[in-house]
Ligand binder design. Structure first.
Ligand SMILES: [Zn+2]
Length: 492
């Protein structure tokens, strides 16, 4: 019994440490020296990290010099000075006041000397120096990730092609963290590249002084220490299509020039991009809001589930095959595509006919297009005939943060609208991080399961004239409502 009690205490302690992170480590953990992992590799230290009052302390020298920083020691002041990149952190032994680039900051556990070596609180020091610090309380691992090296924005230029005007920002590295947002009063497009330094124009703010039918200028600046900002001053209310170059080292902001468009032949082999925005009366008749112009550049990828050799679920009536999921998914996807375009949205589809598309190719298509939203249209099935109704799946990912709306908000809005338009049992919006297309997409993404092919009543409805329209309209309304609401939440 004794042994079991001790084991329980240990497990509880580990769970607590894991749940509460660096902030709490009990006496059990004090006895264990954590492992230090720097940028994915275990960093062997002659003097291992220790835990004092719930904080991990470690020898400053080996960690920060391994990252290319410098660590100095002033014996008279009993002060250690750590420099990494542009940041200097000074810690005085036994003092809870530290200096970060000369500015005083308070820390809860001071630097200390153990076996004549300077130990510093890793969470405070590394975070102040721009590192990421993670604590795995179960395995007792402190992970430190070096600050990402800033990329340089080396060129900003405007290129005019037959039907587009492109603003191109080029860098010397992979662009990972950026956002493009449209604002009104005055109408403008703001492009923020984070983790970036302006090198173009000698690093000083300025403007290209280029004007055309779309914009009157493109301005640029080092907006803050970490962010390069370009602003396109619009002459018309047009949200551009945004994409990255193949090597991800350039951002393309593409505007459409109207008069060239009119002269162009309609693309006959491209049925999914043939729909003109509808007039107010048409949209009112459909009960479909118009998409705010500031959201019209956001690409929505529509993914009709299954296709080709993959039929999806099968619906039977009296033992006869009555419906294949892949077919109704495609009809819904095509109609959703039309409705979204009528409302002013930019769209693309993973398939427009009865062809096979790999499960992992679907998110790849959306990622490759730098899409803003991924919508997968499915219908449900169960071994049992009784389950019925509508559900929507989502998974909120860190990578979707810059879109101004979340997977969850889209899923809940689509669920609400489908409940109204289709009137089936509400099974709800569900957090389902395990689904491949939700996991592998880098933008907000949902999977809709409209109704059950395995349920006789749902199947009757699916075979009716109204199902595809009710489904597509509900999804379109749900998406547009969230996008329009997100316009006002965008902060400059
Ligand atoms: Zn399916």
């Amino acid at each position: 019994m004794m042994k079991k009690g001790l084991l329980m205490t240990m497990i509880l302690t580990l769970v607590l440490a894991a749940v509460l992170g660096l902030g709490i480590v009990t006496s059990y953990a004090d006895a264990v020296n954590p492992t230090l992992v720097l940028d994915g590799q275990v960093l062997e230290t002659p003097d291992p990290p220790v835990i004092r009052s719930g904080r991990t302390l470690l020898p400053a020298k080996i960690l920060f010099e391994s990252m290319g920083g410098s660590v100095g020691w002033d014996g008279q002041l009993r002060q250690t000075t750590i420099t990494l990149g542009d940041t200097t952190v000074q810690l005085t032994i036994d003092s809870t006041t530290a200096l970060v680039n000369g500015e005083e900051k308070t820390l809860d556990v001071p630097a200390t000397i153990i076996n004549s070596r300077t130990y510093v609180p890793v969470n405070f020091a590394a975070t102040q120096l721009g590192c990421q610090v993670l604590w795995d309380g179960v395995n007792h691992i402190v992970t430190v990730n070096s600050p990402k090296k800033a990329i340089a924005i080396t060129n900003i230029q405007v290129m005019e092609a037959r039907s587009t005007v492109r603003v191109e920002l080029s860098s010397d590295g992979v662009v990972e963290n950026y956002r493009v947002v449209a604002f009104e009063n005055p109408d403008r497009i703001v492009i923020d590249v984070r983790g970036a330094k302006l090198q173009f124009n000698g690093g000083t703010a300025g403007g290209l002084g280029i004007s055309n039918d779309i914009f009157s200028n493109v301005r640029f600046s080092q907006f803050d220490a970490d962010t390069v900002r370009a602003v396109v001053d619009l002459s018309v209310q047009q949200a551009p299509q945004v994409s990255l170059s193949q090597d991800k080292m350039a951002i393309y902001i593409d505007f459409t020039t109207d008069e060239v468009n009119e002269a162009e032949e309609p693309a006959e082999d491209d049925p999914v991009n043939a729909v003109e925005p509808a007039d107010d009366a048409e949209l009112a008749a459909l009960g479909l809001p118009r998409l705010d112009w500031r959201m019209q550049g956001k690409l929505i990828v529509i993914d009709p589930g299954h296709g080709g050799i993959d039929s999806g679920s099968l619906g039977y009536i009296d033992g006869e095959l009555a419906l294949m999921e892949k077919d109704i998914n495609l009809q819904i996807g095509l109609r959703l595509n039309e409705l979204l375009q009528m409302a002013g949205a930019s769209t693309a589809m993973t398939r427009t006919e009865d062809v096979s598309v790999g499960l992992y190719d679907r998110p790849e298509i959306a990622n490759g297009l730098s899409a803003a939203l991924f919508v997968s249209c499915h219908n449900n099935s169960n071994d049992n005939a009784s389950p019925n109704g509508t559900e929507v799946h989502y998974s909120v990912k860190a990578s979707e943060a810059d879109q101004g709306f979340t997977s969850k908000a889209i899923a809940e809005s689509v669920m609400d609208e489908l409940e109204i338009s289709m009137g089936l049992l509400r099974r709800g919006a569900k957090n389902s991080p395990a689904y491949a297309v939700l996991r592998c997409t880098e933008m907000p993404a949902i999977i809709i399961e409209g109704a059950f092919l395995s349920n006789p009543s749902d199947l009757q409805y699916m075979l009716s004239d109204t199902y595809v329209e009710d489904y597509a309209l509900g999804v379109a309304r749900g998406i547009i409502k969230v996008l329009n609401a997100a316009v006002d939440s965008q902060q400059e």
